[in-house]
Design a protein around this ligand. Sequence first.
Ligand SMILES: [Zn+2]
Length: 180
Amino acid sequence: MHEPYTHTDIDRLKRLTNISEKDIGKRIMYCQECLFQGKPGEVMNSFCPDCKNRQHEVRLMYVVISKELIDIIHQEVPIKKTLSIKEFREKGYLQELNRTFLHPLGLALTVQIENGEETFSQIWDSRDDPEGIYYDLKNSKPDRLASFRQKERFVKDQLNLKNSVRILQIGSVIEKIPKL
Ligand SMILES: [Zn+2]
């Protein structure tokens, strides 16, 4: 599965017209700048001819036509925004998920960073360890602690932004499972 389209992608892709299921698998070239688009499958010079006429050269982009792309163009498919794993880690969500939920259970979600690319890696399992997992913050250096505090603060602030609305909307911050 390819990466989800971003909103900017969608805005651009929504402009593509005249493509149908018979074009699936073909490329379609389009210009990021103007409304220019080639025909499905058509091989084109990599500069936009329309922008070129207006004295600036813009590189053509292409997408491979897929069923999903056609759905996006022809229907109002709700777009799921996603947060990168890097941002998830850097902002503190990973830390607080581990510190407040997984560690006390003896588990830890880990992120692997390889060539700047971050992926969820493994779930450490220390469930057979009576005290679970901990960051050992009591014995940590000040800059490590500062980073932990900043992340904790950020996540708390984000929670506070949502708390009152969630209580109004669904009755509690953490969604309750209704009793039978
Ligand atoms: Zn153009």
